[in-house]
Design a protein around this ligand. Structure first.
Ligand SMILES: Cc1cc2nc3c(=O)[nH]c(=O)nc-3n(C[C@H](O)[C@H](O)[C@H](O)COP(=O)(O)OP(=O)(O)OC[C@H]3O[C@@H](n4cnc5c(N)ncnc54)[C@H](O)[C@@H]3O)c2cc1C
Length: 428
């Protein structure tokens, strides 16, 4: 495969430069290289794919079996349809398998490498980009891009300047800047005339106004969170919930964060209700407490809850329910049992915000999708400019959907960019 490189006047012009060596940039590089165009990847960090290593708590939840446009958000979720239908879950898994990665599907549809190692995902991608001789230039942060006469002038922070006839902008969003994506991609897109929908953190921990949080830091329970505002339920998520010194973490909390930030930016104050017994109705839970009053009546309020709820939750729950912790269960009034039951089934907290970009997993908002052709991911404003991944105004639910968007959009953008280059070469 010859690297297509032209000379315009005296300057060498790369056929294809991909800005950002994350999940979407690497996938774009593979697609272009397979089509016969060797890309140059410019990556600001000292190595590509740092974020991939951190995904899924180091296990990399690389996709979800039910990835379809309904699992994505942004101004126009249907924008994701062409990319997801051309290179969806099945083709993604076939490609990874071809590259040597065996995967396993957990019961909820989330897919992980068989070895539970995120590094295996990055390794197989890197072996393949190396085999196809894509050029990787690390410590190459792009500062500005200008486009004149169909040629992009790309200025790097290290003083170098490169020229390219086609560019894939795959610089990610603003989430987790320590892993590379510092929001500079948005500046680059704006510099080329694109609008950016104001970004905000999605998939991030919730901050609550609750005095007892310090005492609960580190407690993990299986429960359900219901997010409400103005009396209406907006989001209901079950799973492992982790108390932290500032609020709640764990998948259900992370999943509610996008809605929280949306509400807060609209001036609405949400609250979240924790159900510590989602497997039981309120009546069943009350019946359980009543039966313990009979069978464990000789125990104190505190001791009688051991074995039913996490031990560190007990003093806080009893305080909330205004029940004396030393009172024997047999002396509990029906009213006290009902108050305790209400705390266990619907413990309500005021949500005051979310953690910042530093802790966020995903960026909501980004380059306006109305300015991008969904079938190719080429800019409607700047011919020869393509977008891939989280930089666009698309964010997915937690559970593998964001990486699937990176793979699907990277594949589409890289392939379409290569097709454009090859068509132009044929036309000459
Ligand atoms: C802790 C964590 C866990 C996650 N776990 C999961 C998970 O299990 N499953 C899932 O589906 N999603 C997960 N995500 C989200 C997922 O990782 C991202 O949605 C996905 O990586 C986005 O890919 P991307 O290529 O668009 O952007 P990124 O992966 O952010 O890559 C962008 C790249 O561009 C580089 N770059 C940025 N600006 C410039 C510039 N100016 N010049 C040169 N290079 C630049 C960056 O250094 C970076 O390498 C997780 C995210 C985090 C932070």
């Amino acid at each position: 495969m010859a690297r297509i490189r032209e000379k315009v006047k005296t300057r060498p012009v790369d056929a294809l430069v991909i800005i950002g060596g994350g999940a979407s940039g690497l996938m774009a590089a593979l697609a272009a290289a397979e089509a016969g165009v060797r890309p140059v990847i410019l990556e600001r960090m000292d190595r590509v794919g740092k974020k991939i290593l951190a995904t899924g708590n180091g296990r990399c939840n690389l996709t979800h079996l039910s990835a379809d446009p309904s699992r994505y958000h942004g101004a126009d979720p249907a924008f994701t349809a062409p990319a997801l239908s051309r290179f969806g879950v099945t083709r993604t898994l076939e490609l990874f398998e071809k590259m040597g990665l065996e995967t396993k599907t957990e019961e909820n549809g989330r897919v992980f490498p068989r070895t539970d190692q995120a590094s295996a995902v990055l390794d197989v991608l890197r072996y393949e980009t190396a085999r196809l001789r894509a050029e990787e230039l690390c410590l190459s942060e792009v500062r500005t891009i200008e486009c004149a006469d169909g040629v992009f002038r790309i200025s790097l922070e290290n003083g170098h300047v490169r020229f390219a006839s086609t560019v894939v902008l795959a610089a990610g969003g603003r989430a987790a800047p320590a892993l590379g994506s510092n929001g500079s991609g948005f500046q680059l897109a704006r510099g080329l005339g694109h609008s950016v929908v104001e970004p905000f953190p999605a998939i991030v921990q919730l901050k609550l106004r609750e005095a007892s949080l310090r005492k609960l830091k580190g407690v993990k329970i299986q429960g359900r969170l219901d997010l409400t505002a103005g009396g209406g339920s907006l989001c209901s998520e079950s799973g492992e919930i982790l108390f932290t010194e500032y609020g709640l973490s764990g998948p259900p909390a992370l999943k509610c964060a996008r809605t929280v930030n949306n509400l807060l930016s609209g001036g609405r104050g949400p609250s979240v209700t924790l159900d510590c017994f989602p497997e039981k109705s309120a009546a069943e839970c009350l019946a359980l407490l009543e039966s313990r009053r009979g069978s464990l009546g000789y125990k104190s309020a505190s001791d009688g809850l051991v074995g039913l709820v996490h031990k560190r939750l007990i003093p806080v729950l009893l305080e909330k329910a205004m029940v004396d912790r030393d009172k024997p269960w047999k002396k509990f009034s029906d009213g006290e049992l009902k108050r305790l039951n209400a705390c266990l089934k619907s413990w309500t907290f005021e949500v005051i915000g979310t953690r910042s970009w530093l802790d966020a997993q995903v960026t909501a908002g980004g380059v306006a999708t109305r300015e991008i052709v969904p079938e190719t991911l080429e800019s409607k404003r700047v011919p020869g400019l393509f977008f891939a991944g989280e930089i666009m105004d698309v964010d997915g639910d937690s559970g593998g959907f964001n990486l699937q968007w990176a793979w699907s959009s990277g594949r589409l953008a890289g392939g379409a960019a290569a097709a454009r280059i090859l068509a132009a070469a044929e036309g000459n």
